[in-house]
Design a protein around this ligand. Sequence first.
Ligand code: G4P
Length: 539
Amino acid sequence: MLRAMMRTDTTEHNELAIATAKRRTFAIISHPDAGKTTLTEKLLLYSGLIRTAGMVRGRKGGKTAASDWMGMEQERGISITASAMQFPYKEAIINLLDTPGHQDFSEDTYRTLTAADSAIMVIDAAKGVEAQTRKLFAVCRLRRIPVLTLVNKMDLPGRPPLDLMTEVEQALAIHASAVNWPIGSGSDFAGIVTRADNRVALFSKTAHGGATKVDVQTMALEDLAKSGRVSPEVMAQVQHDLELLTIAGNPLSHEQFLGGEVTPVFFASALTNFGVESFLDAFVQLAPAPGARLADTDDGGEQSIDPIEQPFSAYVFKLQANMNPKHRDSTAFLRVCSGRFERDMVVKHHRLGRDVRLSRPHSLVAQERSTVEEAFPGDIIGIINPGVFAIGDTISVTGGFRFKPLPQFQPEIFARIRPTDVGKRKSFDKGMEQMAQEGTVQIMRSLNDLESLVAAVGRLQFDVLQYRLRHEYRVETVLDTLPFTCSAWLEGDPETFKRPSASMIVKDQRGRVVVLFGDHLMKTIARDRNPDHVLKDMG
Ligand code: G4P
């Protein structure tokens, strides 16, 4: 009996280890239009889940595409939550987290990154490192997660590759190491050379554009000139660049990559599929499987939670309210950190200090829910949340610890909000408290507690706030935007802080002092004027 039990234990342990080692949980970070959606689609193409690309791209527009994804899920068995998509890619199981772009940019975008083990940074070859990429990269840096860089749109006229490498290094303060190098660019973009073995891959455009896999011809670099496939000018440029990289470039150390100190750089054209497959293969090789996460223990210590050795544990990184108007409940998205999750599990809810049953786990596409039976470290599950989960909550089989709190992000827009009807004050206050707890917006107060204001990283958060107050709490509100565009947490005595004229000092939800500035210049001036104070961008 005992032997049988031990055998089951070992088998389960092995299964868990294998399932964990296969998982790659990551997000794509980029500025809108750099090619995130196109690359996502190519992941599906090269994983064999779709045979022709082109159906997903309407997704940018929002709603239409949700149904595309949904059809795809039904057809192909891809599992999509509102927050992540899961599918096999060759030997790996991909969990691709959704980090909405532009109009949808909000704290959720940042928080979702806390659930990733690595990131792919997509850069437009003509535009280089853009604003939103910088912001998202800062979160990766804070969490020290490894980032791979894909310079996209090499089939269009762009900036010289060496310039782009320098820009990545300077704008993001990270070493860049070219894994492959483009052969030609714009209409001359013919292929890539892998620096480690000097193998060349030349691509031929297919009749279907980038809808189907591209044809590849490989050869040694020394045979390229003889092949007649590239002009002498392009050949000379490639040789010149490669020599320069050998002398002055950064070597790629896997350890430094995992520590977030160096980013491997790849060149490709996602639209035409040039260089896409070799990039994805390298990504799966280089990117880490789910690793240990640090937690605070109840006895005041710290513990590293190993994904395989520890029984099931997870934390809430995102809440989404009322996705189905017929239900008032919300969905809590959890990232599995350790152990095997099975439906109907009873787990300890750390903050509430009680047991909860995870009886309705689901993945979710549009309004449809499908039940999840089991999940492994790195996976994302959605749980119906009847008000028990808040952002950052830890659940686990053993109890006794909670994962480190999620970082808070520097808000960039601020407003005063009040109910139009003063008689609705009570509902308004209740709604605001709930929204702040769910992380819809941040609430800040003046140092004397008399005034309060709302803060967010994206306009969408304010729209969601007003919408939810109207629909869930029946309160119409007026929102007056304030003339501040950035903020920082202040360390040091606020009394002695010399603040610039267009600024304001407030407290955040955790009671920490925050300075709001009219613009970035004001912030720089304040830093210079107050050498004894520290202004922190993220906390
Ligand atoms: P995003 O999700 O990062 O916002 O970008 P998305 O993939 O939607 O790409 C933005 C635009 O750039 C799309 O064109 C897309 O076809 C194009 N694109 C992406 N990768 C490449 C590439 O490697 N080369 C070229 N030439 N174009 C690329 P669009 O005209 O805005 O959309 P659509 O009408 O093509 O769907």
